[in-house]
Design a protein around this ligand. Sequence first.
Ligand SMILES: [Fe+2]
Ligand SMILES: [Fe+2]
Length: 151
Amino acid sequence: MAIVAWREQMSLNYLPLDQEHQAFLKVVNYSITAAHAGDFDGMERVFEACYDYVRNHFSHEEDIMERISFPDMKAHMQAHRTFIKNISEFRQKYEKAATPVKKKEAAVKTADFLSLWLIGHILSRDKLLKPYLVRLRNLPPRMNYDSPLGV
Ligand SMILES: [Fe+2]
Ligand SMILES: [Fe+2]
């Protein structure tokens, strides 16, 4: 899997979420380099960064979906839950790999999964949010606590 470049079509025109997606894209690209180099310390950092992403970004995105009454919220949250399950399965396989060769194979599979997942999720699921994000502007101040730079 080649390094993934940010494309304009991935943008939601909403800075807080775009910046989080771009930051995770860097993690994904780091995972490709680390996996192919057999850099196992680097892969540990990748898994930790995945858990941070899940904790911070998914909860941020789901909070926004709730505030703007996004109609497809349930399916989108389910896609997030599936990713959490997938990533822990990839980690288990990686941890269980008995030899450095097998560990490297598991690392490459993880990196391939991450790059396909991120592009696919942004372009198919997160993009659906784009037309609804303007609703943030019209929320009462107590519900619109995101950066004013965002919209
Ligand atoms: Fe999402
Ligand atoms: Fe997202």
